[in-house]
Ligand binder design. Structure first.
Ligand code: PAF
Length: 281
């Protein structure tokens, strides 16, 4: 499988494949450390477009000064093997200077949304995400880009960005992939000690509890948030970042859940920040 390193190579690949019989192009943007959640995105892409590029780029601009950029897991060989096994056609793995040339001063800021949910506790995070995804979409000229529902706030920011910039790509959202015990897959799960791994189950328990209440008709934000809060309260060493019921498009809180509302949680388990969510039917 070919590994492309420059924007020019990615653009040329995309144009050649598209012209070869009018094929569609899919992009699966990742930061590497691929797991079964990423595999599901690559499979979804392969099922829906003609050719699939997987980008592997640990994007420095979406990490805060005290976050884990330096120690973020980098497993390039294994990532390439997984992407190939799942049917990807090329890997795009640029150097930092390729996406952020010397003197780079252009950023994409999705105002409002970028300050909500994860954006509230990670200032600048969504600016970095929007900037790098805009660069990747423009470079790849993708028809569809595939993201996991686990990063639901990221999805809201990117949908807004694509609509505002009138980018051609369609954002496709794929279901959360979970461990058998419920923990949502994340590249950061490898940071968890055995004790923390057990504590981390509070997130999926809270989400499941909210889904159970929703199934019997509970729609009140206060009740749903309180139910989740009680589950977190049982884990003394876990620090809640947020528990919110929001409109998925605006990320603004809602009092009553409606179809499409997003119930999302984030919590610190030791030094690791984890997220999880569910979308109301
Ligand atoms: O979700 C991620 O892994 C990253 O935020 C993304 C979309 C690849 C941008 O760096």
């Amino acid at each position: 499988m070919e590994i492309l390193r420059t924007v020019a190579e990615l653009r040329q690949w995309s144009r050649e494949e598209r012209n070869d019989g009018g094929n569609t192009i899919g992009l699966v943007p990742t930061m590497g450390a691929l797991h079964a959640g990423h595999a599901s995105l690559i499979r979804a892409a392969c099922d829906s477009v003609g050719y699939v590029a997987v980008s592997i780029f640990v994007n420095p601009t979406q990490f805060g000064p005290n976050e884990d950029f330096a120690r973020y897991p980098r497993t390039f060989e294994a990532d390439c093997a997984l992407a190939k096994a799942e049917g990807a056609d090329v890997i795009f793995a640029p150097a930092v200077e390729e996406l952020y040339p010397d003197g780079a001063a252009t950023f994409v800021e999705v105002e409002g949304l970028s300050q909500r949910l994860d954006g509230a506790s990670r200032p600048g995070h969504f600016r970095g995400v929007a900037t790098v995804v805009a660069k990747l979409l423009i470079a790849s000229e993708a028809d569809r880009a595939f993201f996991g529902q686990k990063d639901a706030a990221q999805v809201a920011v990117l949908r807004r960005m694509v609509a505002d910039l009138r980018l051609a790509a369609e954002i496709v959202v794929c279901p959360i992939v979970r461990e058998p015990d419920g923990l949502a897959l994340s590249s950061r799960n490898i940071y968890l000690s055995q004790t923390e791994r057990t504590q981390s189950l509070a997130l999926s328990r809270a989400v499941r509890q909210v889904e159970a209440l929703a199934a019997v008709g509970e729609r009140c934000s206060r009740e749903l948030i309180e139910a989740a809060r009680q589950i977190f309260a049982a884990e003394a060493d876990l620090r809640v970042d947020y528990i919110e019921l929001v409109n998925w498009a605006t990320l603004k809180p809602v009092e009553i859940a409606a179809p499409g509302s997003l119930f999302a949680v984030a919590a610190w388990v030791g030094a690791t920040r984890l997220i999880d969510n569910t979308i109301f039917a």
